[in-house]
Design a protein around this ligand. Structure first.
Ligand SMILES: [Mg+2]
Length: 233
C-alpha cells in the first residue's frame, strides 16, 4: 500500500526502532564482568540485568510523569539497583552509570524488520523521531545504528522543553516539520507517552504492541510486528 492521507510518520525510538532491552542487556553484561561484580556481589549477571530493567522502568515512568529529573535517573539508578541486590556501598562502582551511558548508545541492535520497513516507508513518507530520551545518547544511538539517515527531524523532550504525553511536544514537531496534524501519524510502543500524547494532540496513532499487552486505549491502529506497517501504509 502507499496512497494514504498521511505525509509524515512520527516514530518513537527506544523499544520501537532501537532495541533498548537487547542493547542494555549486552552493555550491562559487559559491565558486570569489567567491574568484577561476581566477586564482590552475590548476584548473577542475569539478576543484575533484570534488576536494572525493574528499577530503570520505575525511574523512567516517574520521569515521564514529570516527577523526577534526568539528574535523578543518572545519579541514583545504579545505587538503587545495587541496594536491591544487597551489594555493600563500598563495592558499588561510582562511575558505572557514566560507563553505561557512554557504552549503551554505541550498541546497534534494532527491532525486527526495522530497516526493511524504513526502506519501504522512506519512499512514500517524511519521517521524524519524537523521543523523551536525552540528547546526548539519542543522537549516538541513531548514528551508530544506521537509523539516522531515514529521519528528517529528531525532536527530543530536552530540545522542546516538554515531553510525551504533553500535546506541546507534538505541536512543536508540527511547527518544525510544517505539517498539519491530519497529515501525521505517531508510531510507538508506549501507551502512556506515545499513544496518549498523540491522542492529546489529536494525531492518529499506531500502537506497536509486540508482546500483545491487554489495554483499554482506543488506538487508531495496532500492530504486533513492524513488518505490519507495510500493509497499513
Ligand atoms: Mg519507546
Amino acid at each position: 500500500m502507499a496512497a494514504s492521507k498521511y505525509k509524515h510518520i512520527l516514530f518513537d525510538l527506544d523499544h520501537t526502532l532501537w532495541d533498548y532491552d537487547r542493547n542494555a542487556a549486552e552493555t550491562l553484561t559487559e559491565l558486570y564482568k569489567e567491574y568484577n561484580l561476581s566477586t564482590n556481589g552475590n548476584f548473577s549477571d542475569k539478576e543484575f540485568v533484570a534488576t536494572f530493567f525493574e528499577i530503570n522502568e520505575q525511574l523512567w515512568t516517574s520521569y515521564n510523569k514529570g516527577q523526577i529529573s534526568k539528574h535523578v535517573i543518572r545519579t541514583q539508578r545504579f545505587n538503587k539497583i545495587f541496594d536491591q541486590l544487597n551489594l555493600p556501598l563500598q563495592y558499588q562502582p561510582r562511575d558505572i552509570d557514566a560507563r553505561y551511558v557512554h557504552g549503551c548508545p554505541e550498541k546497534t541492535h534494532t527491532m525486527a524488520y526495522a530497516f526493511e520497513v524504513l526502506d519501504y516507508l522512506v519512499q512514500h513518507y517524511s519521517m521524524h523521531i519524537i523521543t523523551n530520551g536525552f540528547n546526548d545518547v539519542q543522537s549516538t544511538k541513531l548514528s551508530r545504528s544506521g537509523l539516522a539517515p531515514y529521519f528528517d527531524h529528531v525532536i527530543t523532550s530536552e530540545s522542546c522543553g516538554a515531553k510525551k504525553p504533553a500535546a506541546r511536544i507534538f505541536e512543536y514537531t508540527l511547527e518544525k516539520i510544517s505539517a498539519d496534524k491530519s497529515e501525521c501519524v505517531m508510531i510507538g510502543d508506549n501507551l502512556n507517552t506515545d499513544i496518549q500524547g498523540a491522542i492529546n494532540a489529536d494525531i492518529d496513532q499506531v500502537y506497536y504492541n509486540p508482546t500483545g499487552k491487554a489495554h483499554d486505549h482506543a488506538v487508531t491502529m495496532e500492530i504486533s510486528c513492524l513488518s505490519d506497517l507495510k500493509s497499513l501504509f
